[in-house]
Design a protein around this ligand. Structure first.
Ligand code: GMT
Length: 379
């Protein structure tokens, strides 16, 4: 198949998932065309069956806001015609699904029907999409796509609860390629990060409010009161500056390292003993899955889709949002006994196999085929 993938190019979860879907489809022989305003962070530069098409927005003095959605629509239309795309897979409802739908309408006028599959990722539904200014477009985009998927049952239910949805939403979970994680690389820096055998606690995110970064620091402070420990903060975003201030105020600066943006968390996770993910909500939590496949137990909140990905007492623990005392207690329980930690490591690895690339990509391929069959039957 010839597939267009519309995505955000940043380190955020939806962009990473969309990029990895494209990589896998390309390996299976499909022609994949990525479309975004910048080369996606994890996109391979030179790989068989992959091309990248950049969206450029004209910057006229008249515009207070550059018309990205219109330029994206134009680029999708152009790529669909030049490369004879069979279908378009839009990741994140805003503005990708709406732009793709507009492109579908334009393509119809040129005698082509190119179906749209929209994948909902999380904040496009739970936060941004509910904004009154955006809700009508999100509802329309979902109801008018040829197929819609959500990355967890929880996200599907949130969508049905918050929008007037008239169509089926299929749950297709996110996935992970175990071969890219899990084996400590020779350059694992554990000896440098924790020279005296301290436990290594990790948090990886885009440092947005929803991640509850202050909770990460408060939980870590409690862990460190019980045992020697180090905290590695991977990623960057709006909450980082306040987090750095909090670390200084709490006198934790010798035990906390901020890495900034990281392209791939596998090296960091190879050094880790525990991941903290106390988010307000998380439709899926790809970073938890990355930790699990690396054999790193997770202490998280029991919000959103996290209970569909993790298993209490097996992969780690989930506690109520904001319950930092319980999260710290569970973390200490896991870390304070070597044999127990090993059991959790194994439990996390095992659970991650349920989300293997192999299983999940086939579900997307089947969906693509169904959509194409339906579209051909109608045209
Ligand atoms: O909040 C983020 O980390 C960014 C956001 C995104 O769309 O890039 O992540 C969402 O999609 C990810 C991939 O499907 C999920 O793993 C995250 O849980 C989800 N974030 C939230 O629901 C807050």
């Amino acid at each position: 198949m010839r597939i267009g993938i519309i995505l955000y190019p940043t380190f955020g979860g939806s962009g990473v998932v969309a990029t990895e879907i494209g990589h896998e489809l390309a390996k299976r022989g499909h022609q994949v065309h990525f479309i975004s305003y910048k080369r996606p962070a994890r996109l391979e530069y030179f790989a068989a069956n992959i091309q990248f098409h950049q969206v450029n927005v004209a910057d006229y003095p008249l515009f207070e806001f550059a018309p990205y959605e219109t330029a994206l629509t134009g680029r999708i239309t152009d790529v669909a015609l030049k490369y004879n795309l069979d279908l378009i897979h839009a990741h994140y409802a805003i503005p990708h699904a709406s732009a793709a739908l507009m492109a579908r309408e334009i393509l119809k006028t040129k005698g082509r029907y190119v179906p749209i599959i929209t994948t909902l990722h999380g904040t496009d539904i739970t936060m941004v999409g509910r904004d009154a200014a955006l809700e009508p477009s999100v509802t329309y985009a979902i109801n008018s796509s040829d197929a819609v998927t959500a990355v967890s049952r929880s996200l599907k239910n949130d969508t049905l609860r918050n929008f007037q949805i008239t169509r089926e939403i299929q749950v297709i979970y996110n996935f992970i390629d175990p071969s890219l994680y899990g084996t400590p690389s020779p350059d694992c820096l554990k000896n440098q990060v924790a020279p005296n055998g301290e436990k290594v606690v990790v948090h990886v995110s885009n440092f947005r409010k929803v991640k509850r970064i202050p909770d990460v620091i408060d939980i870590f402070a409690r862990i460190r009161n019980s045992m020697p420990a180090k905290l590695i903060m991977g990623g960057d975003g709006p909450e980082r500056t306040d987090a750095e201030r909090k670390v200084l105020e709490m006198g934790l600066e010798n035990d906390v390292t901020f890495l900034g943006s990281i392209k791939n968390s596998s090296d960091v996770l190879a050094c880790a003993d525990l991941l903290l993910l106390p988010s307000e909500t998380e439709s899926f939590g790809v970073s938890a899955l990355e930790a699990m496949v690396s054999g790193v137990p997770v202490v998280a909140s029991n919000a959103g889709g996290m209970p569909e990905v993790q298993e209490n007492g097996v992969t780690g623990y989930m506690c109520d949002v904001g319950d930092i005392e319980s999260m710290a207690e569970k973390a200490v329980y896991i870390l304070s006994d070597a044999a127990r930690l090993e059991r959790f490591r194994e439990g996390a690895r095992m659970k991650a196999t349920e989300f293997s690339t192999e299983k999940i990509i086939s579900q997307y391929e089947e969906l693509y085929q169904q959509v194409l069959d339906t579209a051909r039957a109608v045209v």
